[in-house]
Design a protein around this ligand. Structure first.
Ligand SMILES: Cc1cc2nc3c(=O)[nH]c(=O)nc-3n(C[C@H](O)[C@H](O)[C@H](O)COP(=O)(O)OP(=O)(O)OC[C@H]3O[C@@H](n4cnc5c(N)ncnc54)[C@H](O)[C@@H]3O)c2cc1C
Length: 1059
């Protein structure tokens, strides 16, 4: 299959639309179908000029005559316009002078201009001769079609009288309802009166008419009256424009035109051949037309006596061996016809190039309806559904053909169709690549690693879409499936997906009209998912779960094709307009493909079974163990009460190996992703953070986010507790997520890539738990999709913010708004250009009880009055692009609906927000520490000092052992806290949460510090992640509450339990 053939097939809308479109549908299937409307107005008449529109223009005739008679070029034309309204031509047109008088005066004028005798009589004889006054056949055909549709036709011509006194009208008058001639009316175009006269006689309004003329002046006058106009330079083109306005075909054989130059085929030779083939009954003239499209394999309409045929041939010239295989088309159609698939009946394959210059085949012309607009305008919803059902059924028919019985066993390679196709299109794309399209790059990686496992092998059409089907004019039945150029043996689901492309394309999409702007359900059109379901039901195959993959593949394939078109256009093999267009379309298609890759990722992700603990039968309050322990010391832990809950649910899993299988699989994939995509990119990302562009997000991160979505590695953080229906996240327990979080923590860049980073995670949790539906729609959805970022503003420079009751910022109610004033700092993420939401904590009522003074409001970052004073640094690191900002809020007004939960509920919200967030911070710290230890181990084994590897220097062994122990201790404590949260809820786990917040940051500081020491000076540099790890771990001894505050909390609870 060559790229060129595909381009043709896709872009040129199918080659042999051998149909007529009918409007006389019988009931109940076909009510009135045609609506000839444009912008709401309905056309009732078409008015034609004569010379230059229906018959050749006098100007053109004159030019040729002048050339033949050695008259200076342009003489006649100049004389025709000379004198304007009172010149001889227009006077003659108004019938004010006789032909003799005109010829005298006109001859004198021409001779003066040409400075030689101009025999104008001879010119006039030619102009009025039968030879040049033949009506263009395309116009005759069009007029007939217009009248068949019930519209009126008229001629409005600047015309003259012959010497007989009759007007010159070499037309069949019966074609027109009204004829208006200037010489009879005494007025000429562009005088508005003559147009009005014509309209009056037709009995129509200007807006109900279309006027065709070859002169701009005449068209302008018509347009100023409100008449729609078509300029005629070439009759064929004008008819196409008129078709577009009217909305129906003007061809007796739709989608045909006269045979194009360089596409002619020897008629005599063909006729002889046809007579031999068809037998004696074929007498009469051979009519030959060419179908509009199909330069790939030119296609012709033939009428010979009572036979109507279609001829499809290879193009002329040197061809690639596998290209333009009309023989294959013939073979498949013949075989499918015998197998009962509706295809046009093929008659003969002629491989003898001496007949018409190339091999060709013939088939019967198949009349019927082709629906070019997938929204099926004018049909009832039930009819639309019937059309789509018929389409689906015929596809099932194709895919049910017994390949062996049909003799098609060798029609294509069997098996591995999708893997081969993916590779083919990747190769094709690479061969025509002109610039990097990020979505294509992602797909090139994603598609091969998500190939479907099992595939059936059937006949596949390769270009199966609605406008490749001919429907019965009176019932929802497919009469013929066209365009088999891309057919082969392969995975049938590729056809199903391809048949649904239109569902996702806009209606004005240039390559293939789409349905995206419509509501398919309202129209009666099945959704893409319904199409897959119906297909599987009818085929009796299991439901397709990974249809998003097939959609992604289909769009990718189209994008690759378009890239080929673009490249060809750039190298001058196609028009520049199409070049520009196809270039833009590549990206559009690739993004659509990528959307499906993401959907597939989410599908996998959603399949993770919910592991929500089914009952709260565990508690955590500090209390003595029921069994005395050996030392007699007190332990604080959770004790399971007898519970019907299966052991696997809510289990305290201490290593990833113990996770339930689906979560283990997530872990495995996350690990693979980190190794493949994150660690190798860290240096580039670190470099970006100190580059001039550091305050804009790294495109690399954005690309990796997309990849993570498509892998289903997205929003893993939301605990099932918060999101029991898995509406927003993976529905993991805190323990399960803790293991994944540790892995993400092994790189400071990873959490954002998986949309699991602070402060967004905490803010999302606030919105899920406490947000109204409006707040969720506005903020939660874009945050979950990773389209925006957010910040949390609590800390203030003027007060000790470790005690949140000190917060001074005010939130004052005023005219249905809240007015915010305050000075904040260390607001992480506020400098990020993607940051659109600030979750703001301030005081609404300083007089209320201490814990009821605070409130939380959602502040859009674009609200006037927010001023970022400066970015703060952590040990000199800016942490761009999010940074940590010092910010002024000056009379910032937000609507009252932006309050979360209600005034005075700020503490409650802050508390609810913190539980899972602290697990995340702590597990990430464990992740930092594990990675630091890993790096340290590798370093000390490979580096030699004083004659032996560093590892053999005794102190390092102690450091390694100490780090291992501390990491294990901290991890166990964090997992235990997570487990308690799963079992008892965040509030009851407060003690354990405070303990981990005390333990984890300082443990990480010690472990990382040892690693830094083992690295020597390099450990402090930005060549390794250690310096970043350290500064973060150190900062976390303050951020989210200083260690001492957590210590105090633990101590308080400890003392309370003693009481
Ligand atoms: C990197 C980073 C990011 C941050 N991001 C954000 C953010 O996004 N949004 C936000 O609102 N804030 C943020 N913060 C601020 C952080 O939450 C505060 O720094 C923290 O709450 C401490 O408040 P403070 O700095 O005002 O210290 P203070 O309250 O002034 O305390 C100073 C010190 O006093 C001691 N102390 C305080 N209380 C006690 C006690 N009960 N017992 C014994 N000693 C005590 C501690 O040693 C403490 O470090 C961030 C901070 C950092 C470093």
């Amino acid at each position: 299959m060559t790229l060129r053939r595909l381009c043709q097939s896709l872009l040129l809308q199918g080659a042999w639309r051998t149909t007529f479109l009918t409007h006389s549908w019988s009931r109940p299937w076909g009510a009135r179908r045609w609506v000839h409307s444009r912008g709401g107005s309905t056309y009732r008449a078409v008015i034609f000029d004569m010379g230059g529109v229906l018959i050749p223009s006098p100007g053109k005739v004159a030019a040729e005559w002048e050339a033949r008679n050695h008259i200076p070029s342009g003489t006649i034309l100049k004389a025709l316009v000379a004198g304007g309204d009172s010149g001889p031509w227009l006077t003659f047109m108004r019938g004010e002078i006789t032909l003799d008088n005109f010829l005298q005066e006109f001859g004198r004028l021409c001779s003066d201009m040409a400075k030689t005798v101009v025999p104008v009589d001879a010119f006039f004889s030619l102009l009025t001769s039968e030879q040049v006054t033949k009506q263009f056949p395309v116009m005759t055909e069009a007029i007939a079609q217009i009248r068949t549709r019930g519209l009126q036709t008229a001629v409005l011509s600047n015309n003259f009288r012959l010497s007989s006194g009759n007007s010159f009208l070499p037309l069949d008058r019966k074609q027109f309802d009204v004829v208006v001639e200037s010489c009879l009316e005494g007025i000429c175009k562009p005088d508005p009166r003559i147009y009005k006269l014509c309209l009056e006689r037709l009995g129509v309004q200007p807006s109900e008419t279309i006027f065709l003329d070859d002169l701009g002046l005449n068209l302008k006058a018509a347009a100023s009256l409100g008449i729609h106009t078509v300029k005629v330079s070439d009759p064929e083109t004008a008819i196409k424009e008129l078709e577009a306005l009217l909305g129906f075909t003007l061809r007796a054989v739709p989608n045909t035109c006269s045979v194009r130059t360089r596409m002619e085929i020897p008629k005599d030779s063909l006729e002889k051949y046809l007579r031999g083939l068809l037998g004696t009954q074929t007498t009469g003239h051979l009519e030959l037309l060419q179908f509009d499209h199909g330069q790939s394999n030119p296609t012709y309409y033939i009428r010979l006596a009572d036979r109507q045929l279609v001829l499809r041939k290879k193009p002329p010239g040197k061809l690639l061996p596998s290209a333009h295989a009309v023989e294959r088309e013939f073979r498949i159609m013949k075989a499918l016809s015998s197998a009962g698939v509706p295809v046009p009946k093929v008659l003969d394959l002629c491989e003898d190039s001496s007949i018409i210059g190339t091999p060709f085949y013939l088939m019967e012309y198949c009349p019927g309806i082709i629906y070019k607009d997938p929204s099926l305008p004018g049909l009832e919803p039930s009819h639309r559904r019937a059309v789509y059902t018929a389409m689906n059924r015929v596809l099932c028919q194709i895919h049910s053909v017994d390949i062996t019985a049909a003799g098609l066993g060798d029609y294509g390679k069997q098996g591995d169709y999708i893997p081969r196709q993916v590779q083919t299109w990747i190769k094709q794309y690479r061969a025509s690549e002109t610039s990097t399209v990020p979505a294509m790059e992602r797909l090139i990686e994603w598609l091969p690693s998500h190939l479907p496992r099992e595939q059936r092998s059937t006949v596949v059409h390769g270009d199966f879409r609605l406008d490749n089907l001919i429907f019965h004019p009176e019932k929802p039945e497919v009469k013929a499936v066209l365009d088999w150029e891309l057919s082969t043996l392969g995975d049938p689901l590729a056809d199903v997906a391809y048949s649904c492309l239109a569902h996702y394309l806009p209606s004005d999409f240039p390559v293939l009209r789409g349905l995206r702007d419509c509501d398919p359900t309202q129209l009666g059109i099945p959704t893409a998912e319904e199409c897959f379901t119906a297909y599987c039901l009818h085929m009796g195959t299991p439901a397709v779960t990974n249809w998003n993959f097939y959609m992604a593949f289909s769009f990718f394939r189209v994008a690759a094709i378009l890239q080929g078109v673009y490249k060809r256009a750039l190298t001058g093999q196609a028009s520049s307009a199409s070049a520009e267009q196809s270039g833009r379309l590549v990206e559009f298609m690739a993004n659509l493909a990528w959307d499906f890759a993401i959907k597939e990722g989410f599908r996998v992700f959603k399949q993770t079974p919910t592991t929500k603990p089914s009952s709260r039968s565990f508690h955590t309050q500090a209390r003595p163990r029921t069994l005395p322990n050996i030392t007699g010391a007190r332990h604080y832990s959770s004790f399971p009460e007898p519970s019907p809950t299966p052991a696997s649910l809510g289990a305290l899993v201490i290593s990833p190996e113990g996770l339930p299988a689906p979560v283990r699989e997530l872990y495995r994939r996350l690990k693979g992703f980190m190794e493949q995509h994150v660690y190798p990119m860290e240096q580039v990302l670190r470099d970006h953070q100190v580059s001039a562009g550091r305050w804009t997000p790294s495109p690399l991160i954005e690309g990796l986010k997309e990849k993570a979505k498509a892998e289903g590695l997205w929003n893993l953080f939301l605990p099932v507790e918060t999101d029991p229906e898995k509406k927003y996240g993976a529905g993991l327990t805190n323990v399960q997520y803790a293991h994944l979080c540790e892995l993400m923590g092994s790189s400071v860049y990873a959490p954002e890539i998986f949309n699991c980073s602070a402060p967004d995670t905490g803010n999302m949790e606030v919105l899920v738990r406490y947000g109204t539906e409006e707040q969720k729609a506005r903020w939660l959805v874009p945050l979950l999709e990773g389209r925006i970022r957010s910040c949390f503003a609590m800390t203030e420079p003027k007060v000790a913010s470790s005690d949140a009751t000190n917060i001074e910022s005010s939130i004052r109610e005023e005219d249905g708004h809240y007015v915010i004033n305050g000075h904040k700092w260390w607001i992480s993420g506020i400098l990020d250009p993607r940051c659109q939401l600030c979750v703001f904590m301030g005081k609404t009522d300083p007089e209320a009880p201490r814990h009821r003074q605070q409130s939380v409001v959602l502040v859009p970052m674009e609200t006037p009055g927010i001023k970022v004073v400066r970015p703060l640094t952590v040990y000199g690191l800016e942490d761009a692009p999010g940074g940590h900002g010092e910010v002024l809020f000056e009379d910032v007004r937000v609507p009252k609906e932006n309050m979360v939960l209600g005034p005075g509920r700020g503490f409650e919200i802050a508390q609810g927000r913190l539980g899972p967030g602290r697990i995340h911070h702590c597990m990430r710290l464990v992740g930092f520490s594990e990675r630091a230890l890993e790096l340290m181990k590798a370093r000390v084994q490979s580096r030699v000092a004083f004659g032996k590897p560093l590892v053999e220097q005794g102190t390092l062994l102690a450091d390694i052992a100490q780090s291992r122990v501390e990491i294990e201790q901290a991890r166990l404590l964090v997992l235990k806290a997570a487990h308690l949260m799963d079992m008892t809820g965040n509030k009851a786990a407060a003690l354990d949460i405070a303990m981990i917040k005390m333990v984890a940051p300082s443990m990480a500081c010690r472990v990382i510090d040892r690693a830094v020491q083992a690295f020597g000076a390099a450990g402090l540099s930005s060549d390794y992640p250690l310096a970043q790890f350290f500064s973060w771990a150190r900062a976390l001894r303050l951020a989210d509450g200083p260690d001492e505050v957590h210590q105090a909390a633990v101590a308080k609870m400890e003392l309370k339990s003693r009481a």
